[in-house]
Design a protein around this ligand. Structure first.
Ligand SMILES: Nc1nc2c(ncn2[C@@H]2O[C@H](COP(=O)(O)OP(=O)(O)OP(=O)(O)O)[C@@H](O)[C@H]2O)c(=O)[nH]1
Ligand SMILES: [Mg+2]
Ligand SMILES: [Zn+2]
Length: 298
């Protein structure tokens, strides 16, 4: 293929071995992946910037190159996210350990983060609680109700100007409903199971929506996330902005802020300066990261 036939675009969704890319003008192209990618064990992710050759007429085109990724995740499987928006709500009940895992991973990948507390029509107090817990976490907390079109302007302002935003979180928190309300779309949404208060995994695949100068990914909800198996235990505390001013202030250096005597973080929790729940969950994650680290050569 000659170079001048190549185009650049962003991968917006995939289906059954095909990929859909959108170029600068908004035109969609159906593509397949060349075999070399399979040989290299690389597959394109939604959000990837691609070089491709368009097909002629009804024919599909070919993905020629995947440009270097600024970030990549496997859960959800997306690339180049600049802002990760974690969506939670009163029902299904929030899993803050999952939220913290997502925030840690985002920090390691250099993404900005925000939390949207949706379904405020059901319980307006949750957002206050989350604002309190995450006050020092360098993470904006927005209140919203997709149902009542509340908080949409704040959400729009948050998403605008980002190269690629990603909505993530448990199934049933209202990610797709929020994007429908915000961008006038008709993404499929699903009821919550009454009995177990859980979503029904309505969104199956990640897709990028481009509208009103916003590029945002709707993704499939999930409730399990493991931290990077190659993560050094030392790295975890660097993912907690609220610990920063305490670095070097503990009796022992380095201090993991776990159960060491004379720990400045422990003192800050006792003094009500850092949320105890955040620190408790940090310690759970630290134990997990240490365990994985110990087993890294097995
Ligand atoms: N009361 C209330 N219900 C909402 C709100 N937003 C969404 N819902 C409902 O929550 C349910 C789940 O919404 P979805 O948008 O499908 O949730 P999702 O996060 O996309 O779920 P998955 O695609 O499974 O990950 C639907 O029944 C929505 O109508 C809200 O602001 N208030
Ligand atoms: Mg959805
Ligand atoms: Zn300490």
């Amino acid at each position: 293929m000659s170079e001048e036939m190549m185009k650049q675009g962003v991968l917006v969704r995939g289906f059954g071995g095909f990929y859909v890319a959108v170029d600068e003008s908004g035109t969609e192209y159906i593509l397949r992946c060349k075999k070399k990618f399979r040989r290299m064990h690389i597959s394109p992710l939604v959000g990837d910037e691609l070089l491709f050759t368009p097909g002629e007429g009804e024919e599909h085109g070919w993905v020629e190159e995947i440009l270097p990724r600024k970030s990549e995740c496997l859960r959800p499987p997306v690339a180049n996210v600049s802002l990760l928006v974690v969506v939670i709500c009163p029902s299904p009940e929030p899993d803050l350990l999952l939220v913290d895992r997502l925030l840690v991973r985002a920090r390691l990948q250099g993404m900005k983060t925000a939390i949207v507390v949706n379904k405020c029509d059901l319980d307006a107090s949750l957002v206050e609680e989350i604002r309190r817990q995450y006050a020092g976490a360098d993470c904006q907390v927005l209140a919203a109700s997709a149902l009542q079109a509340h908080g949409l302007n704040d959400l729009r302002a948050l998403l605008q100007g980002e190269s690629c935003c990603c909505l993530t979180g448990q199934s049933g928190v209202g990610k797709s409903t929020l994007l429908n309300a915000l961008l006038g779309l008709e993404l499929e949404t699903g009821e919550i199971s009454e009995k177990i208060q859980r979503g029904k995994n309505t969104t199956r695949h990640a897709q990028m929506l481009i509208r009103d100068g916003i590029r945002v990914l709707d993704t499939a909800g999930f409730s399990l996330l493991e931290l990077d198996a190659k993560m050094e235990p030392d790295k975890l505390r660097e993912c907690y902005p609220e610990f920063q001013e305490h670095e070097g202030c503990c009796r022992f250096t380095p201090c993991m802020h776990d159960r060491e005597p004379g720990c400045s973080v422990t003192a800050a929790v006792a003094a009500g300066e850092i949320d105890p729940g955040r620190v408790e969950r940090y310690r759970l994650l630290l134990a997990e990261v240490r365990e994985t680290w110990k087993q890294r050569y097995n």
